[in-house]
Design a protein around this ligand. Sequence first.
Ligand code: DMJ
Length: 680
Amino acid sequence: MYSAAAATTAASSSSSSPPRRDFISVTLSPEEAVGAGGYNNSKAWRRRSCWRKWKQLSRLQRSVILFLFAFLAVCGVISYASMGEPWKSLTNKSLDDQRTEPESPGLKLANPVVLPAPQKADANLGDYPELSPQKPPKLPHARRGPSNLQIKPPWRDVRLKTQHDTSRVVEEPVQSDKEEKTEKSVISWRGAVIEPDQSTEPPSSKIKEPEKPSSVEAEDQKEPVPINERQMAVIEAFRHAWKGYKDFAWGHDELKPLSKSYSEWFGLGLTLIDALDTMWILGLKEEFEEARKWVAIDLVFDKNVDVNLFESTIRILGGLLSTYHLSGDSLFLEKAKDIGNRLMPAFKTPSKIPYSDVNIGRGTAHPPRWTSDSTVAEVTSIQLEFRELSRLTGDEKFQKAVDEVMKHVHTLSGKNDGLVPMFINTNSGQFTHLGVYTLGARADSYYEYLLKQWIQGGKKENELLEDYMRAIEGVKKHLLQRSQPKKLTFVGELAHGHFSAKMDHLVCFLPGTLALGAHNGLTADHMKLAEALIETCYQMYAQVETGLSPEIVHFNLHAQKGQKDVEIKPADRHNLLRPETVESLFYMYRFTGDKKYQDWGWEILQNFNKYTRVPTGGYTSINNVQNPSNPEPRDKMESFFLGETLKYMFLLFSDDIDLINLDKYVFNTEAHPLPIWVPA
Ligand code: DMJ
């Protein structure tokens, strides 16, 4: 029998009795449920039976039950309200995800003003089995990274001590000094407000405690953006190049991939050092660790060897400094200090304009045997590195030496509307071989470093900016012309008043530099010129049979039937795997988001793979870009192919502006990123 709940109320009438308590006792009996007549589960029966039982309850029991129901209902409402927000945001997030989810493998981005337009999957990607799925890219131009300069290392355990090196120091993350600094905004070429988000200090005039690296991992950093298929292709190319270097040239300057041997320039493992930060950026952990071991054990500068001041500064000093910043590993700073000190004798000249060559073992320096001149680009393109070394070590002598060169050059006569001659004498300190002006070999990076030093130092050194602005006006006035038939804007040369329509591939650094200036608040004209010039640089590839640019082109100034814009002389048709065009493509893509720049870079990478890749490992310079059936391999892989070309390719294909954020880093002329100092 299902006996109804019985309530026993014990009440005491006497005041001495214990207080009255209500008890509810519920007894369930299966028989009652099935009824006398056996199991009856009809709806009507159940309803009636429930009602009867409800009526059998005392009023108190019913009130308690009703109260419980009401209480549960209120709890339910409250908990729904408190769960609503996360639920809503979850729902919105998945909607956002859907919005940015690739439509097929193409990219769909949410900020069309500054971001790349949707990109179609490239049908010609080739097979890369280990490709990670393409996730929606971050909204790079819409967000800012953390205020420190760090980029996340490509792997988490890179800073652990290794068995071979107990001296490796794990640095603490650099504290953000955002709150302490007054930020200065500038207006960019697009009218956007640019807030320099920089976190390092300019060097003080006194020796002080060494600076910490800019790039030790910060815990609050964003998740890394997954790499895409084109970036994977760059990694594959890098690995192939590295395999050749490792198998046949390990620890030597350059790989000779065809003869499976190496060449020596300074005998300092040039390719390995140039490639260190590229490996870091590409996330090649094993390769980086192996190379690091070589640096720790085998890289010795105490050698009786002559090195070129400029080349060893941009490749070795620059490479070590940037690797120090990215990895936070003090080994690289120690090595940078060592080579920096050993290069200082170069500045002991009557004019303080440095000699081109230094014996880093003996501590002596000298000009080339045939002249007492140095090249203008060489003496004015070592500043970013030496200035940074002063900032890091607290020793001002490095910066003083290179600043003096810039100040001196600033005051020199012999310029033509800001354009400089190609040589400078180390005794007199005067320009020599006056009257020849080029943005190519021997002068190129003078212009690049004017702008980049100004940026590095927090945009305060006005003389640098003045010289840069004047020089670009000089370029416009004397060196710009348009070719036929496509009317490509190009930068020629001026020799004693005569214009020559000759342009080195080296000049293709210029669109990137102009774009960088415009991004940093300089005139919009510079961006326009950059856009025109990068088109020209691309045509220097596209109009050639192999799709690879020669070292030098001559542009046609007069239209003739069936003629291209680009003419190539037999002596100029080699390609050294140079980076300048992909470097500029990288800047152009970062600042405009126009996918065509990525597509052009992708074409170039494919042509490098087609014509310069050596099956047994490595890539080679070629002698003839006009002969696809025999490009005549030269048997040499320049260190800048790993230091610059592949690095810029990887960055060009990335949609992550925090992968070397250009508001935090400035690249030296060998593609080694160095931190921008905090503006005063
Ligand atoms: C590199 O060593 C540097 O980029 C330099 O400024 C110019 N030449 C090579 C690359 O072409």
